[in-house]
Each structure stands twice: as structure tokens, then as C-alpha cells.
Design a protein. Structure first.
Length: 281
């Protein structure tokens, strides 16, 4: 098996990896649910490469993301649902249908005409989607109803924020931040009970409720939860790097250092940050 610029080679490689007798044990045991987190992760890594302006990384990460598409398509083909070719056919059909003004099927030649045409095509696609779902017996539709405009493809924190914002438009909302703090404490108590009972599914459920409530208070105090968490992530990176640097200067390693010693250095890093902030003020 040799590398190639032809997409068919990647499809062949994935088929070989998934072969039940001669394939890779790890690849063979995967399913849509286990692969889903990697798909999301690869999309974020593409975004990160773009933000950093690193074209070498972008090329590599786009390949990783493409692999995820091929992986999902291969599993679907094994289940008799669809193949990679069907995925390509679906998106090419959609793009041609949505751009008739480009592919000589429409006379729309102004932005307004294109917008009207686009909306008409989208409505037709929604009807077709509803018919397909009906034939499959799928009744629950998260794209319908008042909250349907909030995309489930958003990162979970962003989706939670937008769901709350959307519900607030019809008055389904807290009147002030203080009651949300009570709700957070209630969710913490429920999480404690689930942890004590050792019910992993319940722990996951209660953790989600707690995070949702925390997002809610962030919305009320005008602190975007995604950006707030990014700030904390950056702070954690900086402080942990300080621990690593101090230990390295002392001839120690992270693996060999005690938790007490790492905590001591962590607190020192916090003190340095406070001093820098005070000096700036």
C-alpha cells in the first residue's frame, strides 16, 4: 500500500484497517459514538491551524478531518446505510441545487434574487428531509420547533448559551442572577448524591445540569462562558508551565514531584500573577 493523492487510496486504507480478520484491532472495534469525539477534535484542530496561520499544519489537519469523514462513511457502508460515494453525491447535488445561478439553471443575477432563490431551495430541502425522516420512522426533530434554529453542531457550551437566549425571548428565564446561584448549589448537591451512589450515568447527567446552570449565570452577568473558560484554560496552562519550569530548574520532573510540591509552586505562580496585575494598576 503506497500513499497517493487519489481519494480512492484513502478509502482503500480505511477498508483495510476495518477488515475483520486482518485489520487494526483498535479501528475494528470503533463505532459512530466512539469516533464522534475525534471528529469534533479534528475540526477544532483545523480551526486552530487557521488561527495560527500555519499552512503546513492546516494541510495535515485537513487530512485528519478527511479521514474522519472516510471513517464514518466506511462504518455506514458496513451497516448497509451509505458509502463515501453517496456522501460525495449528496454534497455535490446540494451545491449544484443551491447555486443554479452559477451552474446555468437560473437567471438570478442580483444578491436579492439569489437570496430569495436560496430560501426557496432550503424550504424544498426541508420538505425532502421531513419525508426521508418519516420513511425511517424518525419522529423526534431537534431542527423543528421554537428552539430549532439553535444548531446542535455548536460546541456544547455555545449551544447551551444559545438555547437559553432563545428560550428567554418568550420569557422562559430567570429574573436575576441570585436564584441561579441557588440552582447551582442544588445541582452540586444532586451531583454529590450521584457520586455517593456510584451511578456513573447519573453523575454524567447531573454534571451536565450543573454546567448548564453555570452557563446560565454567565449569560445573566454578561460573561460569555466560552470565553471565560478559554481564559481559565490559558491561566491553567501558564501556571502549570510555571510548575514545570521550576521543577526543571531544580532538577526534578513532573512525574517525580509530589502533589504538595506542585501545589506549592502553583500558589507561587498565582502570587506572581497578582503582583503583576497590581503593578499594572
Amino acid at each position: 500500500m503506497e500513499p497517493s493523492k487519489d481519494i480512492s487510496r484513502l478509502i482503500e486504507i480505511m477498508a483495510a484497517l476495518r477488515h475483520p480478520e486482518t485489520g487494526c484491532p483498535w479501528d475494528i472495534e470503533q463505532n459512530f459514538q466512539t469516533i464522534k469525539p475525534y471528529t469534533i477534535e479534528e475540526a477544532y484542530e483545523v480551526s486552530d491551524a487557521i488561527e495560527r496561520g500555519d499552512m503546513d499544519d492546516l494541510c495535515d489537519e485537513l487530512g485528519d478531518l478527511l479521514l474522519q469523514v472516510v471513517f464514518h462513511a466506511r462504518m455506514a457502508e458496513e451497516a448497509g446505510e451509505f458509502s463515501f460515494g453517496d456522501v460525495v453525491n449528496a454534497i455535490t447535488t446540494k451545491m449544484i441545487r443551491r447555486h443554479p445561478h452559477v451552474f446555468a439553471r437560473s437567471a438570478a443575477d442580483t444578491p436579492d434574487a439569489v437570496k430569495i432563490q436560496w430560501d426557496e431551495i432550503k424550504q424544498a430541502e426541508k420538505r425532502e428531509r421531513a419525508e426521508r425522516r418519516s420513511r425511517r420512522g424518525i419522529t423526534e426533530d431537534f431542527k423543528g420547533g421554537f428552539l430549532g434554529s439553535v444548531q446542535r453542531s455548536f460546541p456544547a457550551l455555545t449551544e447551551a448559551l444559545k438555547l437559553q437566549e432563545r428560550a428567554a425571548k418568550v420569557g422562559f428565564d430567570w429574573s436575576a442572577p441570585e436564584p441561579i446561584l441557588d440552582k447551582i448549589e442544588e445541582e452540586i448537591d444532586e451531583l454529590r448524591v450521584a457520586l455517593r451512589d456510584g451511578d456513573r450515568a447519573k453523575v454524567s447527567d447531573e454534571l451536565g445540569d450543573l454546567i448548564f446552570a453555570v452557563v446560565n449565570i454567565g449569560r445573566h452577568v454578561k460573561a460569555d462562558p466560552e470565553q471565560s473558560l478559554r481564559g481559565t484554560n490559558t491561566k491553567f496552562r501558564r501556571r502549570f508551565n510555571h510548575i514545570e519550569q521550576v521543577l526543571d530548574a531544580e532538577g526534578e520532573t513532573l512525574e517525580a514531584a509530589s502533589l504538595e510540591r506542585m501545589e506549592e509552586i502553583w500558589q507561587a505562580a498565582k502570587a506572581i500573577e497578582r503582583a503583576v496585575i497590581s503593578g499594572a494598576e
